[in-house]
Design a protein around this ligand. Sequence first.
Ligand code: ASP
Length: 433
Amino acid sequence: MKKLALHWQILLGMAFGVIFALIMTQFAWGPEFISDWIKPFGNIFINSLKLIAVPLILASLIKGVSDLKDISKLSKMGGRTIGLYIVTTIIAVSLGLLIVNAIAPGKTISKETRNELLESYRGDADLKIADAAKQQETGPLQALEDLVPSNIFKAASDNGNMLQVIVFAIFFGIGLILIPEEQAAPVKKFFDGFNEVILKLIDIIMLAAPYGVFALLAALVVESPSTDLFKALGMYAFCVLLGLSLMIGVYVILVWIFTKKTPRFFINGISPAQLLAFSTSSSAATLPVTMERVEEHLGVDEDVTSFVLPIGATINMDGTSLYQAVAAVFIAQAFGMDLSFSTQLGIIATATLASIGSAAVPGAGMVMLVIVLAQAGIPEAGLALIFAIDRPLDMCRTTVNVTGDAAVSMIVAKSVDKLHDPETKNWDDHYTK
Ligand code: ASP
């Protein structure tokens, strides 16, 4: 019997997870059973993905940079990558602003619902505000200062320090380019082999993906808040989802225009990573799979993926920036505020920066939203309004974040002649006729 494609297996796992949880909620002991006996397997799955994120970045980035063999190629690729990341983020924020202004979801929410939401989620919102305050206390150049680790082992021991690991790996790779070939060769060989081992581990972990997402989704269903709140926030959620779907369209078109690869090819290639991003709400946890898919199924050379994707997972969050724009204006509308054009331009700038600063973990976008709100003069307490529905939207925006990274890596690869036919068979229809 032909084996089901991975994305179908994952989708089935997700669907069964939801159905199973819905059945279990019919029993009084059901939710607890899921929390105690099912959720841990989801956590094990996410942990095993996170486990290999730092070694993967180290090995693949060092290999990738040193394979470039010359610094000018590195700066060319670096410039294009960062440029494209910024352009796509600005497109995303602008799209979000257009939609939220046109639909005005904040005006559909009644005063009573508003007060009810503010009351129910005040505590949770305060926690996010406190997290954001910690980040805001720092000076203007703190983010830059934080890029350079003072101790690589310390940096590598915390998944939240991904950018520091990236900086070290690029620096190390540059060192490897600059030393004589015969001395560099054994070090490169070591990292080549190391990299292969990690890729094999990803293959093994992915065998468990359908079961992992089953557990994750089942746990999410039993932990989610009541559906009444979802209804109240329906229009807001609709705006975010519309923007996110349009963003996927933007990527597909960009990939088509710049690389001549069809939408079907792109989406088929990246879909398992998208589904995983959806299930885990974390671009960082998804990174190993994103890299594997983009390399082996979208045909991007390893020296491009190893450079573009880890950076993308940490700084390129188009879905997050779009959501931040929509959420900020929605909260303003719900409080009856009219935002001027210049305030909205300010939102473009702050949401772009805030998404760059958001960690690639669940809920991070909401913490940084506080900064966007503060800059635009919108009450931060408004965070409580959108709290109830944040997790499902986080799942969707993470999917877009990961798709954006993949699209940019294909375009960068094409521009430096590093896009080829993937080795996987059955892709004979991926070129546009
Ligand atoms: N969960 C998102 C990510 O990891 C970040 C966020 O928007 O909260 O990409």
